[in-house]
Write a protein that binds this ligand. Structure first.
Ligand SMILES: [Zn+2]
Length: 75
């Protein structure tokens, strides 16, 4: 599937939240809630801006946008 942030080819994984878990080669591994994906604010953003939003969410733990769930690298 396409990464909802940067549209790169990403893998969707199971998540405990109401939304999607994503493993993206560019953005890393994160969860994003379905309410974020449905928000007009989000859909209006450019991929660059979405990356900023994701970075901010990871730093602040802001659950409205995304929840970062660090995992051990598989590489
Ligand atoms: Zn991505």
């Amino acid at each position: 599937m396409d990464c909802p942030v940067c549209t790169a080819n990403a893998e969707q994984i199971a998540t405990a939240i109401d939304g999607m878990g994503i493993i993206c080669p560019t953005c890393g591994e994160y969860d994003v809630s379905s309410s974020v994906l449905a928000a007009e604010d989000w859909q209006r953003l450019d991929p660059d801006d979405r990356c900023d939003v994701l970075d901010d969410a990871k730093r602040s733990g802001e659950p409205r946008w995304a929840a970062c769930r660090p995992r051990a690298s598989r590489l």
